[in-house]
Ligand binder design. Structure first.
Ligand code: GRF
Length: 200
């Protein structure tokens, strides 16, 4: 059984897609053991509680410095003995120690076709504003492994989405989430869970 932890900062629609995929059987042999947010009012925490999943808030604001926050985050994560950590709109930098300790066991969902529109400063609506400003006809989403860089780790899955004439950033964001993010993030977890099952 793949023990999964999900790190969130916002509404949690990607988390919800994962929970729905586990409930429907699309994802087999995986269980979300904990959801952690840096933002106590993240609706994603409510989604976790509604699903009977431990929902923790670990906010940098509660600590004197970033190092103490990082230490607490890693300590909590270690407690759950996770096989996979999923960053689903987690807007806080991951401590290097965590990347080293969980090498190739942290994945992230990014709302563009990496290497386009990614890296520092490209998150949320800004990604779609940049895609529209550049005039791309196709965008999409990417699931990649997390390394020390920003959106630079090995790509696992991608899915393309058409940009429509007159799209606003909000409309494009919604289409990319519905048609790509909510599809490939569950698929990625299903793949990793299957791989673990086959190795067992
Ligand atoms: C998504 O657009 C995801 O691509 C990005 O952050 C957003 C999270 O949305 N990384 P939600 O909290 O899953 O609704």
């Amino acid at each position: 059984m793949l023990r999964v932890g999900v790190l969130v900062s916002g509404g949690g629609t990607n988390l919800q897609a994962v929970l729905n995929a586990i409930d429907s059987g699309e994802i087999k042999n995986a269980e979300v053991k904990v959801v952690i947010s840096n933002n106590k009012s993240a609706y994603a925490l409510e989604r976790a509680r509604n699903h009977g999943i431990d929902a923790l808030c670990i906010s940098p604001k509660e600590f004197e410095n970033r190092t103490q926050f990082h230490n607490e985050l890693l300590l909590k994560i270690d407690e759950y003995r996770l096989d996979l950590i999923v960053l689903a709109g987690f807007l806080v930098t991951i401590p290097e120690a965590m990347i080293q300790k969980y090498r190739n066991r942290i994945i992230n969902i990014h709302p563009s076709l990496i290497p386009s529109f990614c890296g520092t400063g490209y998150f949320g609506l800004k990604v779609h504003e940049a895609a529209l400003a550049r005039g791309v006809k196709i965008t999409g989403a990417t699931v990649h492994y997390v390394d020390e860089g920003t959106d630079t780790g090995p790509i696992l899955l991608q899915k393309a989405v058409e940009v429509k004439e007159g799209d606003t950033p909000e409309e494009l964001q919604k289409r990319v989430m519905e048609e790509a993010e909510w599809v490939i993030l569950p698929q990625a977890i299903a793949l990793i869970a299957k791989e673990q099952e086959e190795k067992a």
